[in-house]
Design a protein around this ligand. Structure first.
Ligand code: NAP
Length: 598
């Protein structure tokens, strides 16, 4: 277990200096511009490896009740909740060849849920499924997505290997025209979007990256035809290969130990080390989690949400690395704000707790990695949660193997150059047969909030144009005036949490209730300008104050590569628990605020 020892005042001063130094040597002037999207000549990095050939089909011109854009947990849950409300024709559309979203794409060796499966997997009460592991392997999660889809008959009308390219409101018919890259132009009376935020793989814009002549792919499109094996390992195709992995975020931390088992040699190109906390994965039984009681899963995930949202809670049912560090994670939440009282004392106490946690993280590296020089390079020097916390009991021991070499690239702002035969760092070329990018995803470049999917509402107005002109305008994040019967999922003006499937399920329940209310009233789902004004005013009142924290953090996607978070309200300021209560109350009392006469 990690031990927490509080720092002395001198240690704190030294830590501050060290954190500043580590941040400064990592911040790059090009910020998010340093990355390449997996498109054009890099488009092969995003191709679907799980569909051998996309079957041809006639373009659709029919009309459905609800089109749901996205077949990940957001879309599936929206579909399931709509079905439970008796909506008949629900059509989910997804770029992938099946349901699962992030769990469809990410099948790399070692892929596991990072959040306890009993709170992460949605609709456990409804489907009767009890996960077999405290942290489920990706395949179990993907199968659960399929289970929910099957249980709610979502396959019947689904469109796979299909990307929605435009949504256009047609006033005369009171329907949305849904256009896709397969030539479809069908109509839907309602549209629900669950398009996710981190769906597009990104690559580092390293000079020469297109010149590598060996085998290369992104972790979210794992090439088992080349590596052999399965997500559980057995990558026999790599036995005699020199494999380079770029990236040591949540994905790298899971994939590197499996590669280390099977590959001839693994070179880990690290720019910033992750915090890697104790995992303690284990098999679980229904009894362990109290799954013999009705509503056990709802109760457990509510308990988890309360704890990680900093709410009072008598008992910690999940009791893991997330709940243990809940106090330190609060600073990531929209609800986080410094108290009005003695801010100095508050920040000082926070800093001490943070330093104690990070000391424990660094102590763990020193204990588990035999070579002191390698251990030193694996130590993270920033405040807790500057980067996505990760958990593994296999990661550090992997660096004790003879066939694993850690290559630290911090001094050169990452890899310097890719050549036809390998990777150059600090003037040394590392010859490679295979180069794997665990470099993550572009944030917010897909879906209705990105511009890649144009949404035209009343009078042909583009959603993003109206927001550029008037600021983001929504009621609860879901709906906007001028865009009738369009319901958007996601955290914008809504809620967020590390357990995002919980947020998505609450959103799905709400979306289905809106559709049902509009059907019953013979109305459109469309808030008034006044309802939007009131919501925006409420968001602005409690806009979060975590800029001070992110401004000092080492760069990453959490702080737009060191530039800090955008100003202004992006989510409900009083936390997910309060937001869900607000929605429940609002559904009972004020649902008509969201409806407009036909
Ligand atoms: P990520 O967190 O964005 O990490 C990308 C990695 O690539 C970082 O280590 C980054 O280094 C490195 N990198 C980027 N450019 C580089 C360059 N030029 N040279 C060397 N290294 C470079 O991506 P991810 O690990 O795929 O995780 C993305 C998110 O997916 C996570 O934060 C999490 O939300 C989710 N995820 C969840 C699970 C789960 O189990 N639930 C598992 C995996 C991922 P820097 O840190 O220096 O930028």
């Amino acid at each position: 277990m990690t031990s927490l020892h509080p720092p002395t005042p001198d240690e704190l001063t030294a830590l501050r200096r060290r954190y500043r130094h580590e941040r400064e040597r990592r911040v790059r002037p090009d910020g998010p511009g340093q990355y390449l999207g997996a498109e054009a000549e890099f488009g092969f990095y995003a191709a679907d490896p799980y569909v051998a050939e996309v079957a041809g089909r006639e373009p659709l011109r029919d009309t459905v009740d609800v089109a749901v854009v996205g077949g990940g947990f957001g879309g599936i849950l929206a579909g399931a909740r709509l079905r439970r409300r008796g909506v008949e024709r629900v059509r989910l559309i997804d770029k992938g060849g099946d349901f699962g979203g992030t769990w469809y794409w990410n099948r790399y060796p070692g892929v596991h849920c990072d959040i306890e499966s009993h709170v992460y997997l949605p609709m456990l009460d409804e489907t009767g499924y009890v996960p077999e592991w405290k942290y489920a392997p990706g395949e179990e999660i993907r199968r659960h997505a399929v289970r929910i889809a099957r249980a709610h008959d979502l396959y019947a009308d689904a469109l796979f290997s299909t990307t929605v390219t435009a949504l256009t409101w047609e006033e005369s018919s009171g329907t949305w025209i849904v256009a896709t890259d397969r030539g479809d132009a069908f109509r839907a009376r309602y549209v629900v979007t669950g398009t996710g935020t981190m769906t597009e793989p990104k690559l580092p814009g390293i000079p020469g990256v297109q010149e590598f002549e060996g085998h290369t792919f992104h972790t979210s499109r794992w090439d088992y035809a080349y590596t052999g094996g399965t997500p559980r390992g057995g990558l026999t195709g790599l036995a005699d290969k020199r494999v380079g992995v770029v990236g040591t975020g949540a994905t790298g931390v899971q994939v590197i130990p499996v590669l280390a088992e099977d590959a001839g040699h693994v070179y880990v190109f690290q720019r910033t080390p992750s915090t890697v906390d104790v995992r303690g994965n284990r098999r679980t039984t229904a009894r362990d989690v109290g799954a013999d009681r009705d509503g056990w899963a709802r109760e457990r995930r509510e308990n988890f949400l309360r704890i990680v949202s900093g709410e009072e809670c008598g008992e910690d049912l999940v009791a893991d690395g997330w709940t243990a560090s809940a106090g330190l994670l609060e600073k990531l939440l929209p609800s986080f704000s410094r108290p009005d009282g003695d801010r100095g004392a508050f920040e000082a106490a926070y800093e001490i707790a943070d330093a104690a946690k990070m000391n424990a993280m660094r102590d763990r590296v020193a204990r588990e990695v035999a070579d002191p020089e390698t251990a030193e390079r694996l130590k993270p020097w920033y405040r807790y949660a500057c980067k996505r916390p990760t958990f593994s009991d296999l990661y550090y021991p992997a660096f004790n193997r003879d066939n694993v070499t850690l290559v630290d690239t911090a001094d050169t702002h990452g890899i310097e150059r890719v050549t036809g035969s390998g990777v150059v760092v600090g003037g040394t070329e590392y010859a490679l047969d295979c180069l794997i990018f665990a470099t993550g995803f572009s944030v917010g470049v897909s879906g209705v909030h990105s511009g890649k999917l144009p949404v035209r509402g009343r009078g042909g107005a583009l959603l993003l144009d109206t927001w550029a002109r008037d600021g983001v305008r929504t009621l609860h994040g879901f709906t906007s005036n001028g865009f009738p019967n369009l319901i958007r999922m996601g955290s914008l003006h809504n809620a967020s949490s590390v357990n995002f499937t919980h947020i998505l399920d609450e959103q799905a329940v709400h979306a289905a209730a809106l559709v049902a209310a509009a059907e019953a009233a013979g109305a459109l789902v469309e808030p008034s300008r006044e309802a939007e004004d009131a919501w925006i005013a409420l968001l602005a009142e409690g806009a979060p104050d975590h800029e001070w924290f992110h401004a000092e953090c080492t760069p990453g996607y959490y702080n737009r590569e060191g530039r800090g978070r955008p100003n202004g309200p992006t989510a409900y300021p009083h936390g997910a628990v309060a937001f869900h209560a607000l929605l429940r109350r609002w559904r009972q009392e004020s649902m008509d605020e969201a409806l407009a006469p036909v």
